[in-house]
Design a protein around this ligand. Structure first.
Ligand SMILES: *Cc1c(COP(=O)(O)O)cnc(C)c1O
Length: 395
C-alpha cells in the first residue's frame, strides 16, 4: 500500500486520545436477554430486540421454511425481478397493521430515510427537523437538497418560531421527527406537531424505529399511541428492532408508495431482502397480534428497571420508554462505566460525542420482554456497585 491513507492514522489516534475508541464486541451466542459477548456470559442491556422476536420460534421457523422453498437470496432489485410473493405479502400486512393505504419495504430503516425524504422535498423546499433526529434522517435531508432548519428538541415554541420564519419562503414544508428518540427514550409531541403542521400547511413525517413494537396497540407505533391514525402523512418504521429481523418500511398513501417504486433510490438500486427475511417479518406481525403480553412484559420490565436506576441515584434524563440512558457527563467516564459493568457481568454500551452532546455521554440501557426479574436485579446490583466505585452515585 502507498501512503495515500496515512492521514487516517492521526484521525484514529485522536479518537483514541479522547478515550472513546471502541473495538467491535463479538456476540458468540444468540441475541438473547443473556448473551455470550467476547467470551463473557453477560446480561444484555444493549439490544434493540425489545420483544425477543429475534429468537422467537415462529420467526425462526418462518425464515427456515421460506429459505427451503424460495432460496437464500432474492436475485435482483425489487424493480427488476426481485419482488417475490413474500415481499408483496409483507407490505400488504404492514399496511393493514398500520391502518394506512399502502406500504413499501426498504432494505433497512436507514435506507428508508435516505430514499424517502428526497422524494418528498427538493430544491426550493424546506425540512423542519428536530435537532435530535437520527443520523439517517440527517443524511436523507442532505440528499434531498432541500434547505434544512432545526428546532430545539421537542420544543413546540421553537417549532412554531421556525415555521413562522419559513412560511411563504418555500414551495413545500416537511416536518420530521423521531417517534421515540433513540438516545434519550422520550416520545415526540405528535399531537402538537400535527396541529402546528396543519396551521402552517406542512407535511408530517415520523420515524418510528424505536416505537414500532413498543408503543400503540399491538406495537403499531407512536401515531397509534396518540390516537392520530390517518393524521400523519408519512410513517417510517424499522423491521430490525422490536420486530427482530431486518428492514425499513414506509406506511402512507398509495400514491407516495407508487412514487417510491419509481424514485426511491435504495429501492431501485439495491437488492431486495432474502425470502427468509420477508417471511420472518410477516411472522413478527403475527406474533405482535397474537401475543400482546410480550409488550406488557416489556413495559413492566422497563418501569421496574428505570425505577431501580433512579432509586440508586442515577440520572436517567427524560426517558419515557424502555430506552433508559444513564447519563454521566464525560465520554471517557461513560466508557469506563460500560467497561466495569462488563467485568461485573452486564453489557450496556457507552455512548459519547458525536452521537450525543459532549457533556451528556452515557451508558444506554434497553430492557426487553425476555429479561427475568433476576436478570434485572443482578443488573441493578452491578450498576449500584460500579456507580459507587466510580463516584457517579453517592456511596
Ligand atoms: C435504528 C434507527 C434507524 C435505522 O434503522 P435500521 O433498520 O437499523 O437501519 C432509523 N431511524 C431511527 C430513529 C433509528 O433509531
Amino acid at each position: 500500500m502507498g501512503k495515500a491513507l496515512d492521514f487516517l492514522e492521526a484521525e484514529l489516534q485522536s479518537i483514541k486520545d479522547q478515550g472513546v475508541y471502541r473495538p467491535l464486541r463479538e456476540v458468540q451466542s444468540a441475541q438473547g436477554p443473556r448473551a455470550v459477548i467476547d467470551g463473557h456470559d453477560v446480561i444484555n442491556l444493549s439490544s434493540n430486540n425489545y420483544l425477543g422476536l429475534a429468537t422467537h420460534p415462529r420467526l425462526k421457523r418462518a425464515a427456515i421454511e421460506a429459505t427451503e422453498k424460495y432460496g437464500a437470496g432474492s436475485g435482483a432489485v425489487r424493480t427488476i425481478v426481485g419482488t417475490m410473493s413474500l415481499h408483496n405479502e409483507l407490505e400488504k400486512r404492514l399496511a393493514e397493521f398500520k391502518h394506512v393505504e399502502a406500504s413499501v419495504v426498504f432494505q433497512s430503516g436507514f435506507t428508508c430515510n435516505s430514499g424517502v425524504i428526497p422524494v418528498l422535498v427538493g430544491e426550493g423546499d424546506v425540512i423542519v427537523s428536530d435537532e435530535l433526529n437520527h443520523a439517517s434522517i440527517i443524511d436523507g435531508a442532505r440528499l434531498s437538497r432541500a434547505k434544512v432548519t432545526r428546532f430545539a428538541h421537542s420544543n413546540m415554541d421553537d417549532l412554531k418560531r421556525v415555521l413562522t420564519e419559513v412560511k411563504g419562503q418555500f414551495r413545500r414544508i416537511l416536518i420530521i421527527t423521531d417517534g421515540v428518540f433513540s438516545m434519550d427514550g422520550d416520545i415526540a409531541r405528535l399531537p402538537d406537531i400535527v396541529t402546528l403542521a396543519r396551521q402552517y400547511g406542512a407535511m408530517t413525517y415520523v420515524d418510528d424505529a424505536h416505537s414500532s413494537g413498543v408503543l400503540g396497540k399491538n406495537g403499531r407505533g407512536s401515531v397509534n399511541h396518540f390516537g392520530l391514525d390517518g393524521q400523519v402523512d408519512v410513517q417510517v418504521g424499522t423491521l430490525s428492532k422490536a420486530m427482530g429481523v431486518l428492514g425499513g418500511y414506509v406506511a402512507s398513501t398509495r400514491t407516495l408508495i407508487e412514487m417510491l417504486w419509481h424514485r426511491g433510490r435504495p429501492f431501485l438500486f439495491s437488492t431486495s431482502h432474502p425470502p427468509g427475511v420477508a417471511a420472518a417479518c410477516i411472522a413478527a406481525i403475527d406474533v405482535m397480534l397474537d401475543e400482546p403480553e410480550l409488550i406488557d412484559r416489556l413495559w413492566d420490565n422497563a418501569r421496574y428497571f428505570k425505577a431501580g436506576l433512579t432509586e440508586l441515584g442515577f440520572n436517567t434524563g427524560r426517558s419515557e420508554t424502555p430506552i433508559t440512558p444513564v447519563i454521566v457527563g464525560e465520554g471517557s467516564l461513560a466508557m469506563t462505566l460500560s467497561d466495569r459493568l462488563f467485568q461485573a457481568g452486564v453489557f450496556a454500551q457507552g455512548i459519547a460525542f458525536p452521537t450525543v452532546a459532549r457533556d451528556k455521554a452515557r451508558v444506554r440501557t434497553i430492557v426487553s420482554a425476555t429479561h427475568t426479574r433476576q436478570d434485572l436485579d443482578e443488573a441493578l446490583a452491578a450498576f449500584g456497585q460500579v456507580g459507587r466505585e466510580l463516584g457517579i452515585i453517592p456511596s
